[in-house]
Design a protein around this ligand. Sequence first.
Ligand code: G3P
Ligand code: MG
Length: 262
Amino acid sequence: MGRNARIPRVADRGRIVAHRGASQAAPENTLAAIDMAARMGCTWVEFDLTLFGDGTPVLHHDDRLGRVATSASLGEAALADLTAADLGQIDAGSWRAPEFTGERIPLLEEALDLVEAHGLHANLELKPHGLSRETAAAALEALARRPWAQSRVLVSSFDLDALTAFREGAPDQPMAVLFKKPGPGWVAEAERLRAGALHLNFRNLTASLLHEAARHGIDVRVYTINDPVLMQPFWAEGLTGVITDHPPLFMAAGAIPEEIPA
Ligand code: G3P
Ligand code: MG
């Protein structure tokens, strides 16, 4: 079928995407991790969008505090029980290393402003934790105010309801479907959503999946891969990019062949 002109696409192919920011070197989903990725020379970052209970859009992977965001007063509170007024009591950096103590959970607004300031591209992953329409609406609202985002932000999600709601409000925004392991209906879902990319777990990548994606003009990136050797056979088969905690591994000479299919 080739590359369908009706499918909105990012301007850049997105070969190396820093997962949750450069999360091997800085606390995931923080401004420090986005900054770190830019300092490393990355052109792409991925981060997770979720909502506090009052609807505040923030970067966070989990549905509660505890693993990567600590608070003496809030403990392991569910994000659904938090409001913007709680942000100052949450430390999203000290779990990672003392030098990051005081790093905050970023607002989506702050993260997008930093992406713009650094001239990066972003893979904005919707993590609705049950709030599909609300999370999509928050992304729509933030991106609508940023004309640059249409060519530099790729919206993805495992949550097809969130992607459907997002697509209704943003017919021209580049999107990716996210499947841990794509099943037989994945192409139909991508085409229904006019998603130009598939993101999947690297353990489930096969050459035949890459060939199928190419037949339908769909880019393929894998998460979360921190070993360039494992990906070597797949570039020649059409792999588009990697989502990695450790971008320098893939930026090293020879990690990605110089001649790969466009
Ligand atoms: O967007 C790719 C990847 O981040 C999906 O999985 O759980 O790391 O958000 P997760
Ligand atoms: Mg993610």
